[in-house]
Design a protein around this ligand. Structure first.
Ligand code: 7TS
Length: 438
């Protein structure tokens, strides 16, 4: 048998070439813009659609928001001129893709004011981020008899993972109640703490009611007792300026598709010291430093938590989305949405036979409502015939629905590109539904 030629080079003899510039270079962040609603709407091609022969009125933003042309363009540019796998090769496209992916991480770091880019882990979404914390932190640090505090407002994705852990470990879940307006009861929250309390999970904004929870106070209280806090920011990151250092949270999870970005991408912020203490949740390529059959050593954070090929295009698209939101300014986003909320709440309150569900003093632009004698599913179906997209159902918050004594609600959830004219359309639509059933 002919011996194979021996490959004896132990190290590369070529000097590492200077990194090639990305072609074309990463687009600069957009300049700040005035809040001009018509110009903003013109950025969203989908908002020109007709549904059932009527102009689309898209009021299901809490489920998924729409994408501006700038994000679509960035995705197209990546796919047409930059696509390759990241972190793995010296060739031009791989370096370009890597630079774009890591630049996106930096944009997300600035968007939430994290101290360091390595505290930003790309996930597939909020659900994935919470599961990562459950697997990586929870399985290591929560044991039999320990207690986890959640709230009755939580989305299922901040309930079920903790329940799975509690069942596996013999831990218990304690639940913060609300009043009838949908506000968390802080006195009860504080009373839930004892020497077995190990973790708190709380939503920043309720997806079903819009209540903005006093997470900063809750975090301070937990920290005074040495208990870390995860904030589910799925409904907050798209609607208000999030500052993880100011909140002082330990983990903050959110999804790209609710904030003008693509599906399949999200972020888990984690305090570096906690991330370093955590077990990786998924094993595979990129998350390792060395591998032998005897032992694997792990890569540094954030790579330790990003096993396998990540959704590179989606991460770059999310970077473009936060550039877009930052150019408008989250304060302007929040102010416009608050105006929509104020107007819509007032109008719906005046409608006979309509009851608002969730009337917290501090609220985001989510309106859950019941129309007397008409099933929410029928409300949604008839509104759709008018081109109006709302969501109906339990909104993945069944414990909350049970607390409120309803099986489901109809929910209109606004974004910064919605208008007062669309509030008019919603009100007229609901009147129309009532006429059908009169
Ligand atoms: N947490 C909250 C507060 C949410 O509103 C949602 C999604 C999730 C977690 C899960 O996010 P994902 O991106 O991982 O799926 N909420 C909704 C909703 O209100 N309607 O559809 C999805």
């Amino acid at each position: 048998m002919t011996a194979l030629p021996t490959m004896s080079a132990k190290s590369s003899t070529l000097a590492t070439p200077p990194a090639l510039p990305c072609t074309p270079p990463e687009p600069a962040a957009m300049p700040a813009r005035a809040f001009d609603i018509e110009r903003i709407r013109a950025d969203f091609p989908i908002l020109t659609l007709q549904v059932a022969g009527k102009p689309l009125v898209y009021l299901d933003n809490a489920a998924s928001s729409q994408m501006p042309q700038a994000v679509i363009d960035r995705l197209v540019r990546y796919q047409t001129a930059e696509h390759a796998n990241i972190h793995r090769a010296v060739h031009h496209l791989s370096e370009t893709a890597t630079a774009g992916y890591e630049a996106a991480r930096g944009k997300l770091q600035r968007f939430i004011n994290a101290r360091e880019a390595r505290e930003v882990i790309f996930t597939s979404g909020t659900t994935d981020g919470i599961n990562l914390v459950m697997q990586g932190w929870g399985r290591k640090f929560i044991g039999a008899g320990d207690e986890i505090i959640l709230t009755v407002l939580e989305h299922h994705s901040n309930i079920v993972p903790w329940q799975m852990l509690a069942t596996e470990k013999g831990a218990a879940i304690r639940v913060v109640p609300i009043n009838d307006a949908g506000e968390l009861q802080l006195d009860d929250y504080e009373l839930l703490f004892n020497e077995r309390t190990r973790f708190v999970g709380v939503g920043h904004i309720s997806n079903a009611l819009g209540s903005i929870n006093p997470v900063k106070r809750m975090i301070a209280f937990a920290h005074a007792r040495g208990v870390p806090v995860l904030v589910d920011g799925a409904q907050a990151a798209p609607h208000l300026a999030v500052d993880v250092q100011d909140l002082d949270c330990d983990f903050y999870a959110f999804s790209g598709h609710k904030m003008c970005g693509p599906t399949g991408i999200g972020v888990l912020y984690g305090r570096a010291a906690l991330l370093e203490a955590m077990q990786p949740f998924k094993g595979g390529g990129d998350m390792i430093h060395t591998v032998t059959f005897e032992k694997t050593t792990y890569n540094t954070i954030p790579h330790k938590f990003e096993a396998g090929t990540p959704p590179i295009a989606a991460a770059i698209g999310l970077g473009a989305a936060v550039d877009y939101l930052s150019a408008i300014g989250m304060a302007q986003v929040a102010a416009h949405e608050h105006e929509l909320l104020r107007n819509a709440s007032e109008r719906l309150r005046e409608l006979p036979g309509v009851r608002l569900i969730g009337t917290a003093a501090d609220k985001a632009a989510v309106l859950s409502f019941a129309v007397e004698g008409i099933h929410p599913h029928d409300v949604g179906t008839l509104l759709n015939q008018e081109g109006i997209a709302v969501r109906t159902g339990h909104h993945c918050a069944q414990p909350l629905m049970k607390r409120l004594g309803v099986a489901a609600t109809s929910r209109a959830s606004f974004a910064f590109y919605n208008t007062l004219a669309e509030v008019d359309a919603l009100v007229a639509g609901i009147r129309g539904v009532q006429k059908v059933f009169a």
